[in-house]
Design a protein around this ligand. Sequence first.
Ligand SMILES: [Zn+2]
Length: 117
Amino acid sequence: MSEETQAKAPETSAPAAPQASSGPSSSSGPRPGGGRPSGGPGGRGKFFRRKKVCKFCTEKIDAIPYRDVRLLQGFVAERGKIVPRRLTGVCTKHQRRLTRAIKQARNIALLPFATRH
Ligand SMILES: [Zn+2]
């Protein structure tokens, strides 16, 4: 007489999880193969070190051609500022001439003026 009517009523064991996603999903997924060895020899300066010898002295350029834009651009930063000679290694004599040449080049629109930030 033991009708095993152990009707295990499956009480709808689905507690309807509200999908509580842990944490915001703003994290941009898995990184694509990051094999980068971070922490290499960091650049101490933006400007690579040149020889501490004036370029114009070594090449014996007395008068700096202000029309030579490529030459002048080597001494002008991106914003149009003249790079200080401590970074370029130009001697004072040539730095002055270089400055004049750059300013001349600006006047004839070969080089941009220093853009205001
Ligand atoms: Zn020089």
